[in-house]
Design a protein. Structure first.
Length: 564
């Protein structure tokens, strides 16, 4: 299990658990669970729940179960189950021997359903789904009782047995709890417990043709596993009375459900339904598209697991929903990568520079620091020659005030190498700058002038003769507005997709050492940002680089301004 993040603070859930331990409420036990539905890939919101549930177990010497709440075979796949295993482990957590499936409890759940029928607390209803909704009522009007609500216990037992035997068609009958159709809580208005669903289940195959609803299976699964604290997001707060009702009516182990605010990030969506739509409509390249808020997408983009854990720890646990600035998450990504990622020279929008007074055919090698934050990473040799490439944005023919980079007649420093001065600008027939002519000062080898003169800019570069061409992908926010639902009348959230969320650059010039970069390697392109070698599209000696984050840290600047 991942080590506890430094500076972990208290929160209202941990305060509840401390009091429970002091009062010996659960015999000193702490048992939590992370219960994903295997109907999609996990996202950053799930990461918060993973860190919370496994973190609580770690902090209090308890256990955290991994349980697949697999009650809907039409949406669940083995692919998702496998991905959940991998993503939780990648985040740094392990459930040991405590892996469970709600489907393993189907027989026990069925027995409990029969128990409620025998107690007159459940009945078979012939209303179709639309009719059930129509009978349910509204927040201001009570519901209407089903005409089948008062069937005899014997008839209900017979019909429920025939439902299980597969005698009836999908959707023709349900088993409903008999609670209170006038309850102000709509979840208590005779909720459906079982529906007929003739579909193959990824875990139980064709053993069942009736399946429990999530609300019926969830609490009872917690009970079977003797969970002490069932930690859910706020949308389940209104479901808690139903959770309690089932446990009380059945007379079984009754965990305590506690709700916390889910994680919302701006410039993205967290709905599995919406994420699935993005994938199915080809608006992203898949669940692991680096623009997606899925753990798979963030991993492929280059987010380190320790950064996600630190972020989840820092935002804490709240009782009210709020939206977190994605810049805050990116801040923790930079913090982690700054310490661990080696640095290299790369030019992603190259402009050719010929150093006219540099000896023809001469090649020098300069020592470059791999990471100044970690001297143990050492240095490497970077080749330098007469023709180099710099970033196009590092030159302006007619620069504005406070533009300190290269311009006609101006001198700048080349990282690790020499001072150069621009002497001429070469243009094509359309007037576009295609090449610069410069001179260098041999007395500035290593980047410092012997006479003490200073320059105001240091540029990165690569030697043309030694560079190799590579594909670089620049990722930005998936949506163009902080709130994707902020739309004009008649339009939907998809209208806010950011057309510039991905820019693919070909012919980028990279220093030769990067040709050996392996898929998954995280690195920094000096002055350009942090990148990860793509794990899907990279080939032998042809790595593809995904930009993880830029070097600019908006959150750090905000924090510094606030401090001053």
């Amino acid at each position: 299990m991942a080590e506890k993040a430094p500076g972990t603070s208290s929160d209202f859930i941990r305060d509840i658990i401390r009091k429970d331990i002091e009062s010996d409420k659960w015999g000193g036990r702490v048992a939590t669970r992370f219960p994903p539905e295997p109907n999609g890939y996990l996202h950053i919101g799930h990461a918060k729940s993973i860190c919370l549930n496994f973190g609580i177990a770690r902090d209090f010497g308890g256990v955290c179960h991994l349980r697949m709440d697999d009650t809907n075979p039409t949406k669940e796949e083995q692919e998702y189950i496998d991905a959940i295993h991998e993503d939780v482990r990648w985040l740094g957590f392990d459930w040991g021997e405590h892996e469970y499936y709600a489907s393993d409890y189907f027989e026990q759940l069925h027995e409990w359903a029969v128990q409620l029928v025998k107690a007159g607390k459940a009945y078979v209803c012939d209303l179709n789904p639309d009719e059930v909704r129509a009978h349910r009522g509204t927040l201001t009007q009570p519901g209407k009782e089903s005409p089948y609500r008062n069937r005899s216990i014997e008839e209900n037992l017979d019909l429920f047995a025939r439902m299980r035997a597969g005698e009836f068609e999908n959707g023709s009958r349900t088993l409903r709890a008999k609670i209170d159709m006038a309850s102000p809580n709509l979840n208590l208005r005779d909720p459906v417990m079982y529906r007929i669903l003739k579909a193959t289940h990824p875990h139980t195959g064709d053993q069942w043709c009736i399946y429990p609803m999530y609300d019926f299976a969830h609490g009872q699964s917690d009970s079977i596993e003797h969970i002490t604290h069932s930690i859910c997001t706020l949308e389940f707060e209104d479901h808690r009375p139903l959770y309690d009702w089932y446990c009380e009516q059945l007379g079984i182990w009754h965990p305590q459900q506690i709700e916390f605010a889910r994680l919302n990030l701006n410039y993205t969506v967290m709905s599995k339904r919406r994420l699935l739509q993005l994938v199915q409509e080809g608006l992203v390249s898949g669940w692991d598209d680096p623009r997606m808020p899925t753990i798979r997408g963030m991993r492929r983009r280059g987010y380190p697991p320790e950064a996600i854990r630190a972020f989840c720890d820092a935002i804490g646990v709240a009782k009210a929903d709020n939206t977190v600035d994605i810049a805050y998450l990116e801040h923790f990504v930079r913090e982690a990568l700054n310490k661990a990622a080696p640095r290299y020279l790369a030019v992603i929008d190259p402009l050719r520079v010929v150093i006219e007074n540099y000896p023809e055919g001469q090649v020098e090698e300069f020592d470059a620091v791999n990471n100044p934050e970690d001297p143990s990473m050492g240095t490497r040799k970077v080749p330098f020659s007469k023709v180099i490439h710099i970033e196009r944005e590092d030159f302006m023919e007619d620069p504005p005030p406070k533009y300190y980079r290269l311009a006609p007649g101006r001198e700048v420093r080349l990282r690790y190498a020499y001072f150069i001065k621009c002497t001429d600008v070469i243009k094509d027939a359309d007037g576009n700058v295609v090449e610069l002519r410069c001179t260098y000062d041999p007395a500035t080898r290593g980047g410092d002038a012997s006479d003490g003169r200073k320059v105001k800019a240091t540029l990165h570069w690569v030697s043309e003769a030694h560079a190799f061409d590579a594909e670089v992908r620049l990722y930005s926010h998936l949506f163009s507005k902080p709130d994707p639902d902020d739309v004009e009348e008649g339009r939907d959230w998809l209208s806010n997709l950011n057309p510039d969320s991905l820019k693919v650059l070909q012919g980028c010039k990279l220093e030769p050492a990067l040709k050996q970069a392996a898929p998954g390697d995280r690195i920094q392109f000096e002055r350009l940002g942090y990148f990860r070698v793509d794990t899907r599209d990279s080939k032998m000696d042809a790595p593809v680089f995904n930009r993880t984050v830029t070097l600019r840290d908006a959150w750090a600047r905000i924090k510094n301004r606030a401090a001053s």
